[in-house]
Design a binder for this molecule. Structure first.
Ligand SMILES: Cc1cc2nc3c(=O)[nH]c(=O)nc-3n(C[C@H](O)[C@H](O)[C@H](O)COP(=O)(O)O)c2cc1C
Length: 375
């Protein structure tokens, strides 16, 4: 194993990372209940990550409109009131010389935590119970009109502009995990017959329009990242072929980095599957997707999901399957593992992917590792 590759620098456009270890976006349930404003608890979590030696922190998903809030106590980037807290978050990371990207999102049909009187917007008027099965929120979805699509592009752009002004080093658009932009890519919920539905070029139209709007707001040189599913793992979800095609389109549209994920709340394979992950040569859920991506797309790739050991991470980097590797659950348990690895303590991560962190946080907020505790 060659651990030095993990601690070599890498660039995503103008964003330079000191190492290849990225904290993937993780909702923490630590923002204020009303408005998603930044709290001292959240600043403390980011400080721990920043001190812990990772190359880049990607924040939790932050909602760009009040009708797009997906989770309780989720961060907001929906208005001016959010700006001072966001600026404090960015400077907290910078105090420890760690770059930070703001992930921007709209929950679409999965806006479970937005005010109940607001519509659940989506590509088609799919009832979320129909989309999700028994686990879904109650209520029908509202099909977006073209003027509303244009207005949502502006909302993403405004949030991105605010992130830049607040001092973030990059923004990441959330096009994965069955939220609004990913819903457009997914035939299961995108049943439109206009130019936003049908072929993959049509289904990608809104995500690409949003991307161009964001690019227009932040300027040509500002680092712009995207997170996208390689597969929804449902029979009528986005396929790997389609996903790679969308990545090529985003490459052409000038994105600086793409993070490949997978899984959907519209099916049994969620984005953070529970249970022991393979280690070493077979580590990482989406290695096959990365392999295809690398033959077709030039944009540098961040690969997320199931990475737990220095050998697994360095193997993927050495084989050129990814330019950086990102982690969510391991950072909840060990925010300082990059510093530990860099100091030569190259042991596997302690996270056992039990998902008790997520289950408890959904009830109480304030995510933390609760491995070994009752579910
Ligand atoms: C509690 C929890 C919250 C998450 N929140 C987000 C999020 O806000 N945005 C996002 O893109 N992914 C989110 N994810 C998915 C992770 O970023 C990651 O893609 C997934 O957990 C697989 O990586 P891992 O095996 O390293 O945990 C979340 C995962 C967990 C467990």
């Amino acid at each position: 194993m060659n651990a030095s590759i993990i601690f070599s620098p890498v660039s995503f456009g103008k964003l330079v990372l000191k190492n290849r270890l990225v904290r993937s976006a993780t909702w923490e349930g630590m923002a204020t209940e009303e408005g998603g404003l930044i709290t001292d608890t959240l600043l403390g979590l980011v400080e721990g990550l920043a001190k812990g030696g990772c190359g880049l922190i990607i924040t939790s998903h932050a909602y760009v409109c009040r009708d797009g809030q997906a989770s309780r106590r989720q961060m907001g980037a929906w208005g001016e009131v959010c700006r001072p807290g966001l600026a404090r978050l960015a400077s907290t990371a910078h105090a420890h010389s760690t770059p930070i990207a703001l992930q921007i999102n709209h929950g679409g049909l999965l806006s479970d935590a937005s005010p109940p009187d607001l519509p659940r917007l989506g590509p088609s008027a799919v009832n979320s119970i129909e989309a999700l099965g028994a686990t879904g929120v109650v209520g029908g979805g509202t099909e977006l009109g073209k003027a509303e699509i244009a207005s949502l592009c502006r909302a993403f752009a405004t949030a991105a502009g605010m992130a830049k002004d607040a001092g973030f080093d990059a923004v990441q658009m959330h096009c994965a995990h069955s939220y609004l932009l990913s819903q457009f890519l997914c035939p299961h919920v995108n049943r439109r017959t206009d130019e936003y539905g049908g072929s993959i070029a049509n289904r990608a139209r809104f995500p690409l329009e949003a991307l161009r709007a964001v690019r227009g707001a932040v300027g040509e040189d500002y680092p712009l990242l995207v997170k996208i599913n390689c597969s929804d793992f449902i029979p009528d979800g986005i396929t790997l072929e389609d996903a790679v095609e969308v990545c090529s389109m985003m490459d052409e549209a000038g994105v600086d980095g793409i993070e490949i994920s997978g899984g959907s709340r519209f099916g049994p394979r969620i984005p953070y599957p529970a249970g022991k992950t393979p280690m070493g040569d077979n580590e990482g859920y989406y290695r096959d997707a990365a392999e295809l991506y690398k033959t077709r797309v030039g944009t540098p790739l961040i690969l997320v999901g199931g990475f737990r050991s220095p050998a697994g991470v360095s193997g993927v980097l050495e084989r050129g399957l990814a330019d950086a590797v990102s982690f969510s659950r391991p950072f909840i348990r060990e925010p300082d593992f990059p510093a530990r690895w860099q100091a030569g303590e190259l042991t596997a991560l302690a996270c056992v992917s039990c998902n008790i962190c997520a289950k408890k946080a959904r009830i109480h907020g304030n995510i933390h590792c609760a491995a070994g505790q009752p579910k």
